[in-house]
Each structure stands twice: as structure tokens, then as C-alpha cells.
Write a protein that binds this ligand. Structure first.
Ligand SMILES: NC(=O)c1ccc[n+]([C@@H]2O[C@H](COP(=O)([O-])OP(=O)(O)OC[C@H]3O[C@@H](n4cnc5c(N)ncnc54)[C@H](O)[C@@H]3O)[C@@H](O)[C@H]2O)c1
Length: 355
């Protein structure tokens, strides 16, 4: 490639940056060079940037003032995402990648969309499965065959994050051990379900929304949560009817079971199964199968996963302009779908306690 790699600035340098983004960027030296890392903890910024020979910024303003920083990745805790995405856009950067969720509600998401339109700076959201080449190949085929999903099931079983983080890298900022949550407390159960939807299921909700018929896509007015519960020691179960289609999502963090991340889609005429690698695992893409009658067609595995896919997408967008970026309307509706499901599910969990 003739062009110089794009300069990257990273905001927030926690386990996700150390175990996901830096190993991914290390595989893409022709596309990206990390120039600066900022964290509210200067020690963390210095230690993480020192590992890769990048600069450390003490503040967001300092990172954004660095002209070598052409694209920005926002990897801080979610509460800070919207304001930091907007600051990066206003600083005139070429594109922004924001970890999921990119906002906490519709109002924030719409503010981001407005500033993106005003400044022309595109944003993509790191809901990694959206960028998995196994998924994109399979869904393109599914849509071209005109199948209409009536049932979608998401099943996620993972060890606690720290196990895969420490397999991917030597994490400089290990997560503090947290005790077992008190599931007798209804607010803990409600928080676990909404946290599970916004933290784990969120990677698949844009896929699920895309699999609903096109006329149903701004679906949030017609979402009915029919079951929701917290699972011990940590997990969620959620059943919802979306325009009469069944969406069922189960997620559990446990050391005991085989790690699994699957999305199963059923129509009257076909079924599609996507088997994703667990989060933090750098081992290629999802493998997808579409079965119609007697025939099963397989997609993947491709050499790269959704994490690499999102960085590749960012590079394409930053190089060719915002026309190549996903529409901000889609990002808003994806976010609102997730937030509405999370809050309806938490509401249901609280109600069950009252009965
Ligand atoms: N894509 C995935 O698979 C995946 C997995 C887990 C989490 N995430 C997302 O990634 C993001 C980071 O996750 P994490 O587990 O590394 O989080 P974390 O909270 O453990 O670490 C975030 C880092 O940001 C720093 N920070 C705090 N406030 C900041 C601010 N205002 N500005 C800059 N830095 C700040 C903290 O000091 C910390 O080092 C979150 O948005 C989370 O939702 C993504």
C-alpha cells in the first residue's frame, strides 16, 4: 500500500484496549499507527502507550490537538462516550470509532448524529459482530433468498471477561475481583438483566434488528418483553415479541460451560446459525450455515474477526469519506432498540418481585 498508515488516538486504556484493540492494530501496520493514548489515569496512559512506543496524552484536549491523530477510538466507560465522540468530531478528525454503546439514550444518540452531519465526520460503533465477515456473507445470502425470520435466538456463554483478557495479553489494569451478586435483591437482578443486554446482547441486537422485516425496523414502539430474569451467578434471559416475531436472548458468564456465542434464525423456509468466536478471542470470523430443505451452505471462517473488521471499516471510511459509513439513523435505531429492551426487561424483573 502506498499511503501512510492513519494515525490513531485512543481514549481510555482499560482491558478492552489492551486485550482487543492493540493486538488488532498490531496486525494492521499498513493501515494504522497508534500515535497517542489518553486515560484519566496518567500512569495507565503512560504504561499502555509505552508498550507500543506511542505518546501518552494527559487530557482529551491534548490528544485531539495532536495533528498526527487522524482517527479516534473512544474506549472509556460508556457514560463518557457521547461527549467524547462529539469532541473528536468537532476537532475535525477524519472518523471516530466508539465502543458500544455509543450513547446512553436516544437524545444523546441524536446529538451525535447531528454533529456528525454538521461536521461531516463519520462514526462507527464497535458492536463487533456487525463487522464480522462470516455474518456479512451469510446475511447477504439470507436477504437475497428473501427469507423472513419468525424466531431469533441469541445464546452467549462465556467465562468472566478477565479469563480471555489475560489470555490475549498481560493486562496492566486487571479488573478487581467482584463478589457474587446478591440475587435476592430485585434491583441487583434488574441491573444484571439491563447490564447484560447493554453489555453482551448489544453485540447482536443490530444483527437481530436487521433480520426483522424492513418495515419493522424502527421496531421499538412494538416491542413487548414477555419474559426476563437474572441468572445465577451472572446472566440474563429475555424473551420479546417484536412485531409478533420472537426474539429470545440468553447470556451467562460462567467458568463451568463450554464458551459459546451463537445466533440462530428460523423462518418458515430456512434456518441460519452463526457461531461467533468468544469476545477477546482473536481466532478468525464467525462460521455461518444456512439450511434450506436438504441443502446446507457454509460461510467462513474468514481470517479476520469483527474487531479487525471494525478497524478495516474505519480505515475505508476515513479514506473514502462518510458516504461509506453506516447511516447514523441506523446507529440511533440500534441504540434505542437496545436501550428499550434493556429497560423493559429490567422493569419486568422488578414487577415479578412485587407479585
Ligand atoms: N467490544 C467488546 O468486546 C467489549 C467488551 C467489553 C467492554 N467493551 C466496551 O469497551 C469500553 C471499555 O471497556 P473496559 O472493560 O476496558 O472498561 P474499563 O472501565 O475497565 O476501562 C476503561 C478505561 O477508561 C479510563 N477512563 C475512565 N474515565 C475516562 C474518561 N473520562 N476519559 C478517558 N478515560 C477514562 C479508565 O481509567 C480505564 O483505564 C466500554 O465502553 C465497554 O462497554 C467492549
Amino acid at each position: 500500500m502506498n499511503r501512510e498508515p492513519l494515525g490513531v488516538g485512543i481514549v481510555g486504556a482499560g482491558p478492552v484496549v489492551q486485550a482487543i484493540h492493540l493486538p488488532t492494530l498490531a496486525r494492521l501496520p499498513d493501515l494504522f499507527a497508534v500515535r497517542s493514548i489518553m486515560d484519566v489515569s496518567p500512569d495507565v496512559a503512560a504504561a499502555v502507550s509505552g508498550r507500543i512506543g506511542a505518546g501518552a496524552s494527559a487530557t482529551l484536549d491534548e490528544l485531539l490537538a495532536d495533528e498526527r491523530v487522524e482517527v479516534v477510538a473512544i474506549c472509556s466507560p460508556s457514560a463518557f462516550h457521547a461527549s467524547q465522540v462529539i469532541a473528536a468530531m468537532r476537532a475535525g478528525k477524519r472518523a471516530v470509532l466508539c465502543e458500544k454503546p455509543f450513547a446512553t439514550d436516544r437524545e444523546q444518540a441524536e446529538q451525535i448524529a447531528e454533529v456528525s452531519r454538521e461536521t461531516g465526520v463519520p462514526v462507527i460503533v464497535g458492536a463487533m459482530h456487525t463487522f464480522d465477515p462470516g455474518w456479512t456473507a451469510a446475511v447477504t445470502e439470507w436477504e437475497s433468498l428473501g427469507h423472513e425470520a419468525h424466531t431469533i435466538r441469541s445464546r452467549v456463554v462465556l467465562p468472566p471477561n478477565a479469563r480471555f483478557e489475560t489470555s490475549a495479553t498481560e493486562v496492566l489494569t486487571p479488573r478487581p475481583a467482584s463478589g457474587l451478586p446478591d440475587l435476592d435483591d430485585p434491583s441487583v437482578r434488574a441491573g444484571m438483566v439491563s447490564g447484560g443486554v447493554m453489555g453482551l446482547a448489544v453485540h447482536d441486537l443490530p444483527l437481530i434488528r436487521r433480520l426483522l422485516p424492513a418495515t419493522d425496523r424502527p421496531a421499538t414502539d412494538d416491542v413487548e418483553v414477555v419474559s426476563a430474569s437474572a441468572l445465577s451467578p451472572w446472566g440474563y434471559e429475555l424473551g420479546a415479541l417484536v412485531h409478533g416475531r420472537l426474539v429470545h436472548a440468553v447470556g451467562a458468564l460462567t467458568e463451568q460451560w463450554r464458551p459459546t456465542w451463537e445466533l440462530e434464525v428460523l423462518s418458515d423456509t430456512a434456518s441460519m446459525l452463526l457461531e461467533f468466536p468468544p469476545s477477546y478471542v482473536h481466532a478468525g470470523s464467525a462460521v455461518a450455515t444456512i439450511t434450506t430443505g436438504e441443502k446446507t451452505v457454509r460461510f467462513g471462517p474468514h481470517a479476520h474477526n469483527g474487531y479487525e473488521g471494525e478497524w478495516r471499516a474505519l480505515h475505508a471510511i476515513a479514506s473514502s469519506g462518510s458516504a461509506a459509513a453506516p447511516g447514523v439513523e441506523t446507529l440511533i435505531e440500534d441504540l434505542v432498540f437496545a436501550v428499550d429492551l434493556a429497560s423493559a426487561a429490567a422493569g419486568r424483573v422488578r414487577q415479578e418481585e412485587i407479585r
